[in-house]
Design a protein around this ligand. Structure first.
Ligand code: F6P
Length: 327
């Protein structure tokens, strides 16, 4: 393996995701194994602009694989949107001799990394760290599995109380513009309806189905709504249901940021460890501006701009299955 670079930096940026710590640990320990100096940038691109960059040792990442959040902290940085901000950020890397960067985050973070790389010819490797699973070129993103399991656990609990009171619960999950958390958690909890941005929401059909269920006294119902669904989230769906079916005992539950926290699942820890390891191998092989993904259990590299721009399509089979299983 050619080893042209000797100093690299790693950062986490955008919304945190469980497993980011496992990825940092893997990047740092693999980098050290190959004799690199590894720096941690605090608070993502903000820390890069503000020169908050620290040398990492093996012990810096001890006892973190099981922890949610990110020891490097995360932020969304306004200064980085300006050419002056990026120049300042790059100068802070350059004065330390940093020649490669690993960005753990989502599409916004990759966009920042790509800009830095294009303007200053700095090799950047992206690791998909987001609960949303909205990046092209990987079957899973770091944090998705944990977030879905958190949502499933919460929805199972909601179903208990829904059942006790014969209620309709409309539960909103995160995902930004993607419906994967809703799709997976909805299927896994046996939701009667799953509303996602990738499929058209026909509210009249949902009302008709609920009304029919009301007639046959099936009063316990669960609707899982992705926050990015075109209907506008759980509260909007509830407004229509309450107007059309005033006798139905309806409640809304928005799961929110609990989906971002907690100890990462085994799946996320392993995904993050594999990806971090390959990020270093990528830099040593002279690769640049790619996202390390995993497709069909094999490492796959996707140019950052494609990982950001392209979208995976949800298979029609999944959507048909959701309808059949919930009927
Ligand atoms: O991208 C992760 C995510 O949790 C989305 O699912 C959600 O829409 C967004 O971040 C929330 O962002 P913030 O923490 O800035 O409110």
């Amino acid at each position: 393996m050619s080893n042209k670079i000797s100093k690299i930096a790693v950062l986490t940026s955008g919304g945190d995701a469980p497993g980011m710590n496992a990825a940092i640990r893997s990047v740092v320990r693999t980098g050290l194994y190959y004799g690199l100096e590894v720096y941690g940038v605090i608070r993502g691109f903000s820390g890069m602009v503000e020169d908050d960059i620290r040398l990492m040792e093996s012990t810096s990442v001890a006892n973190i694989i099981q922890r949610g959040g990110t020891i490097l902290k995360s932020a969304r940085c306004k200064a980085f949107f300006t050419p002056e901000g990026r120049e300042q950020a790059y100068n802070n890397l350059k004065k330390r001799g940093i020649e490669g960067l690993v960005v753990i985050g989502g599409d916004g973070s990759f966009t920042g990394g790509l800009k830095l790389s294009t303007e200053f010819d700095l090799p950047v490797i992206g690791l998909p760290g987001t609960i949303d699973k909205d990046l092209y070129g990987t079957d899973f993103t770091i944090g998705f599995d944990t977030a879905v399991n958190t949502a499933v656990d919460a929805i199972d609990k909601i179903r208990d109380t829904a059942d006790a009171h014969d209620r309709l619960f409309i539960v909103e999950v995160m995902g930004r513009h993607a419906g994967y958390i809703a799709l997976y958690s909805g299927i896994a909890t046996g939701a009667e309806n799953i509303l996602i941005p990738e499929a058209e929401t026909n509210i009249d059909d949902i009302i008709a189905a609920l009304s029919e269920k009301e007639k046959r006294k099936k009063l316990v119902n669960l609707i899982v709504v992705a926050e990015g669904d075109e209907f506008g989230g759980a509260s909007e769906v509830a407004k229509v249901v309450k107007e059309k079916l005033p006798n139905m005992d309806t409640r809304v539950s928005i799961l929110g940021h609990m989906q971002r926290g907690g100890s990462p699942t085994c799946v996320d820890r392993i995904l993050a460890s594999r990806m971090g390891f390959h990020a270093i191998e990528c830099l040593l092989q002279g690769r640049k501006n790619v996202m390390v993904g995993i497709k069909d259990d094999k490492i796959a590299y996707t140019p950052l701009e494609i990982a950001i721009r392209e979208k995976d399509k949800i298979n029609d089979e999944w959507l048909r299955m959701v309808k059949i299983l919930a009927s």
